[in-house]
Ligand binder design. Sequence first.
Ligand SMILES: [Zn+2]
Ligand SMILES: [Zn+2]
Length: 313
Amino acid sequence: MKIVFLGTSAAVPTRERNTVSIYIMTTNGAYLFDAGEGLQKQLQIAGLNPIKIKAVFISHMHFDHVLGLPGLLMTMALMNRKEKLTVVGTRKLFQFLKMFNKEFYMDLTFEVEFIEAHQGSVYKNKEIEVLAFPTVHSTESYAYRLFEHKLKRKFHPEKALELGIPRGPLWNKLQLGESIIINGKTIKPEMVSDPPPAPLSVSISGDTAYFEQLIEFFKGSDIIIHESTFSRELANKASEMLHSTSEQAAIVALRSGAKLLALYHFSERYKDVSYLEEEARKIFPNTVAAKDFMCIKIEDNDINVFNNINECE
Ligand SMILES: [Zn+2]
Ligand SMILES: [Zn+2]
């Protein structure tokens, strides 16, 4: 799995940072979380293909999270997309897209399946499931948690060979959890393999004030991507505006037992966010401050952070 940050600024873009959007690449296609203005240009710079996006999850209806979506849909239509696109968000998002479709003649070449965000499972296919949880913000807003289920069991070739099962398609069936019959004998997957590894999970806060229940929702995540609009000195402003500080993001990561915390959604007042990163690291050492085009690669149990997507092969 690869996570690419396409925007990391709160409210307004800066020279270095676009408004927020996160692109997650899995073996089962790509998933986009929020769609800030300028998203298409960011996809181009990152060399990412919008057609690969299977579903878009919008946290809430503030401009910095959604203005990139209509243009993205239009481009997908110009690319003659045929595959259905799932869009998850609040009812206001649905009205917003309906208005665009009617007033701007979007003339889409593909079906948009709209799912209204609610607490619980909002998207599911064989490998990917996304859960939503309402956060505390100035408008209806959701955090999301993506699970990537591993379908393949851990296979022991020596056991298979011992039982006289030749290398080839039968191994694949057993790895995928199917029983096979060879020489009149039934071989069950557990005879030659162990259960698949635990699913990977990535949690994304969207915009939120600090609140306890989010920790429960994020519990056991491999990676938490948490908003960090303000530093600790502005904790009062953060709670007034229903945003979080870097320190609060670190408390969430620590108490959820995450392996890595990536901070994003920084107020434009911070030209250098290393101070926010340091503040969070005092509580949760394995913290990185995300920047545009940063890429997090997760392979087996290894998590590596690359400053630029080009290094993330
Ligand atoms: Zn925001
Ligand atoms: Zn907001």
